[in-house]
Design a protein around this ligand. Structure first.
Ligand code: TYM
Length: 334
């Protein structure tokens, strides 16, 4: 890492197959940012333990996330691509930040409330302090930009709070990290059924995964909710129709999108045709990535090398930050 470029950090939990939301919210940005920034991208395996205590699948999932990132264009020689648990300094910083995080605000976090609702049997302290660990990941490298989807906005706001509290109490060590997306607004890729966002573990029939086979992609897209079409020209689109247009904007050509916009506005739209087109464009987008993932996954030696090399780069930056942290905190007694 050159030390001169601005620093970028982000992570993905290994809790299942990656999907179009992960790609367009996060990975697409990673791939562009690797050219111009010092980038630290990691597989957030510690975070996954907050909701997935069973670790039988963890190794395979970690390998998959690494392979999927590389297949999407991330170059392990240009960035630090590593596994969260391999950089022990993360856990140390997490501990210090926990003393600056208050129970009341953690309990109000949207993702915490969602997780409590989904799994009331396992409301553990790690889940409550999830955003603190995420802040530690980011500021461990003193990162300024954090490429993420819209769902992570609140976590970034919390990270800025911890940074400000730390800097104020002990001395200015950290910059305020900002959520980042090329093209201003953070992205939320909707699910195909119009009821939420694409997700690794929920809503699987309405989520397009980078691992989906062509016929699965076609089936999922064709099932997307539509209606009889607008009765009046230039009617505002219902959410579930806007979602289909949104998905088309991610993978289809401007010409194709323009045609269906025009058909919609003149009440001539045939949703069957639109979905067929979208399905083919999705297949063309996903299938090359899927094929590359499978090839990379077969090379376990290469993946181990990537992880080792990534952890080494990440540790250099982490160690430098922690020296400063311990010093300003007054923890250097020697
Ligand atoms: P995770 O694993 O849920 O998601 C990984 C990335 O994908 C984005 N994303 C989406 N973007 C748009 N539309 C969607 N439907 C969609 N679904 C997911 C997420 O915003 C994220 O950028 N807490 C993080 C992992 C994490 C992290 C970090 C992120 C741990 N430490 C440090 C940034 C920095 C998470 O659960 O992401």
């Amino acid at each position: 890492m050159s030390g001169k470029k601005e620093i970028v950090m982000s992570g993905i939990r290994p809790t299942g197959f990656l999907h179009l939301g992960n790609y367009f919210g996060a990975i697409r940005n990673y791939v562009r940012m690797q050219e111009d920034f010092d980038c630290y991208f990691m597989v957030a395996d510690l975070h996954s333990l907050t909701t997935h205590p069973d670790t039988k699948q963890l190794k395979a999932n970690v390998h998959r996330v690494l392979a999927e990132n590389i297949a999407c264009g991330l170059d392990p020689d240009k960035v630090a691509l590593y596994c969260q648990s391999h950089v022990y300094e993360t856990s140390e910083l997490y501990l210090y930040l926990n003393m600056l995080a208050y129970k009341g605000e953690l309990e109000k976090t949207t993702t915490f409330k969602d997780k409590v609702r989904q799994n009331p049997e396992n409301v553990n302290a790690g889940l409550l302090t999830y955003p603190v660990l995420q802040a530690a990941d980011i500021i461990l490298h003193r990162a300024k930009y954090v490429p993420v989807g819209k769902d992570q906005e609140q976590h970034l706001e919390m990270a800025r709070n911890y940074v400000n509290r730390f800097n104020h109490r002990y001395g200015k060590v950290f910059p305020e990290p900002l959520a980042f997306n090329y093209g201003s607004n953070l992205v939320k890729v909707p699910s195909l059924d119009g009821t939420g966002k694409m997700s690794k573990s929920e809503n699987q029939n309405a989520t397009l995964y980078l691992a989906d086979e062509d016929d699965v992609i076609r089936k999922k897209v064709m099932k997307a909710k539509t209606d009889a079409g607008p009765a009046e020209p230039n009617t505002p689109k219902p959410d579930y129709i806007e979602n289909i247009f949104d998905l088309m904007r991610l993978v289809s050509s401007e010409e194709v999108i323009g045609k269906f916009e025009q058909d919609y506005n003149s009440c001539a739209i045939r949703y069957g045709d639109m979905k067929k087109q979208l399905a083919e464009d999705m297949v063309n987008f996903i299938s090359p990535i899927r094929n590359k993932v499978n090839a990379i996954l077969n090379d376990e030696k290469y993946l181990r090398l990537v992880m080792e090399q990534g952890a080494e780069k990440a540790r250099i930056s982490a160690k430098a930050t922690m020296l400063l942290v311990r010093e300003v905190m007054g923890l250097n007694y020697f």
